[in-house]
Ligand binder design. Structure first.
Ligand code: SF4
Length: 216
């Protein structure tokens, strides 16, 4: 596997902007490419281009930051098969590793030491038909499920899925996040409290701190 390579858009050190490790200094490894086209996507710059890097060079680049937490993201990282050996190599190196994935790809091969943060795509994303519900039983308490919501219709759909699949019992955290500019943060917060949902409201910390730009 020493000659394994991946196409990489960027490797950078920042604060984790969301999910369970929010606020913790984290190295982000952003893999190039995604087969989906969500209407609210904020990482379209990762669809194309990037630089092909050997797995060993990726590990060296990560180690330069002397980090504790690594987030492998995209694009859709699992669209590149060598994402799986990368995840295992990062775990072997002793890092705490998370994977952000769209929910459209098979997660069966993901190293059991990785905390998977998997999306279920809501109707307003335009990609709801891509959800791979077979992934849900593969998730565990170390994992998280994320809904990015752009409307009341999305919220009601997510509430239904929460109940249909018993999601709060399946994973450690279910995350509800508003699409910035589409759904008022306050409305989503109020609905969650009114309905007493077993979910975690979140806003993207890195965007509050640094705005909507690559590499932060
Ligand atoms: S899955 Fe993620 S990277 Fe791909 S289009 Fe949707 S939001 Fe963008």
């Amino acid at each position: 596997m020493s000659d394994a390579s991946l196409r990489i858009t960027e490797i950078f050190y920042s604060l984790q902007g969301e999910a369970r490790t929010i606020g913790l200094p984290t190295v982000f490894v952003r893999l190039t490419g995604c087969p989906l086209r969500c209407g609210y996507c904020d990482s379209e710059y990762a669809f194309y281009g990037g630089e092909r890097m050997l797995l060993t060079d990726i590990l060296a680049a990560v180690a330069n930051f002397n980090p504790r937490y690594i987030c492998v993201t995209g694009g859709e990282p699992l669209a590149q098969p060598n994402c799986l050996p990368l995840l295992s190599a990062l775990c072997d190196a002793g890092y705490s590793v998370s994977l952000e994935t769209s929910g459209a790809m098979d997660i069966a091969g993901v190293d059991a030491r990785v905390s998977t943060v998997m999306d279920l795509k809501s109707p307003s994303s335009g990609e709801v038909s891509k959800n791979r519900y077979e992934n849900i039983p593969l998730l565990a308490k170390k994992d998280q499920l994320k809904f990015v919501l752009g409307s009341r219709e999305d919220y009601d759909w997510a509430k239904f899925k929460l109940d249909e699949f018993g999601l709060a019992q399946q994973v450690g955290d279910v995350l509800f996040s508003p699409v910035h500019g589409e759904l008022a943060e306050r409305d989503l917060a109020d609905w969650i409290v009114e309905d007493n949902l077993p979910v975690r409201f979140q806003m993207q910390l890195h965007k509050l701190l640094w705005g909507d730009k690559p590499g932060v």
